[in-house]
Write a protein that binds this ligand. Structure first.
Ligand code: HEC
Length: 178
């Protein structure tokens, strides 16, 4: 009796093993190429060339005029600004509580690593200096993609002097691709 049971059990186990083997054999090979090289389109006999990615802009490729274009005259009169004082203000005014200088945390606010260069791409037609001036005095005028308006304090135009804002701006202009 026990033996019969054992035999049945063994053939059941063998079937199960066979089923598992067949299943594994039918699974697609994870290393197989999904897109065959034959599918790469050809243009008039030439191999397909992917589009060149847009190069990341570099603040160092801009002239001074391009960097400061469009600033109101009373702001331009305060140039060139003091980036070292701007750096101190970034701490004392609380900017770096939200903005990091590296990419370690971009959840609360956009990073300032390379912000001088990314500023070129933000508002078409706005120079980096004008964009920074506006970002500090009117944070909601333009809201960076992926972030919410109303998070950055709207009060800096009142609590900081015009020279402080220019100093912060000149500090941010040093945070570019080197
Ligand atoms: C409470 C958090 C917070 C504080 C404090 C803060 N910011 Fe911001 N800031 C943000 C957020 C969120 C954004 C993105 C949304 C937007 O564009 O308004 C932003 C955007 C910016 C931008 C545009 C960045 C880009 O990548 O285009 C600049 C420049 C900026 N802030 C400068 C400052 C300066 C200078 C200070 C200090 C005087 C400051 N921020 C303080 C949260 C903050």
């Amino acid at each position: 009796m026990g033996r019969l049971y054992n035999n049945r059990f063994n053939s059941f186990a063998a079937l199960l093993f066979l089923a598992a083997f067949l299943f594994a054999a039918c699974a697609p090979n994870p290393r197989a190429q999904l897109i065959s090289p034959d599918m790469v389109p050809e243009v008039k006999g030439q191999a397909f060339v992917p589009p060149t990615p847009t190069p990341i802009p570099d603040i160092n490729n801009l002239t001074e005029e391009e960097i400061y274009a469009g600033l109101p005259a009373d702001v331009a009169a305060l140039l060139p600004g003091d980036p070292a004082h701007g750096e101190q203000l970034a701490t004392s005014a609380g900017c770096v509580g939200c903005h990091r200088l590296d990419d370690s945390n971009t959840v609360v606010a956009p990073t300032w690593s390379n912000v001088a260069s990314t500023s070129i791409t933000r508002v078409p037609g706005e120079s980096p200096a004008l964009y920074f001036y506006q970002s500090i005095t009117e944070p909601n005028a333009f809201v960076v993609d992926g972030y919410n308006g109303g998070v950055m304090p709207q009060t800096y135009a009142d609590t900081l002097s015009a020279q402080d804002i220019v100093d912060l701006m000149s500090y941010l202009l040093t945070q570019g691709a080197q």
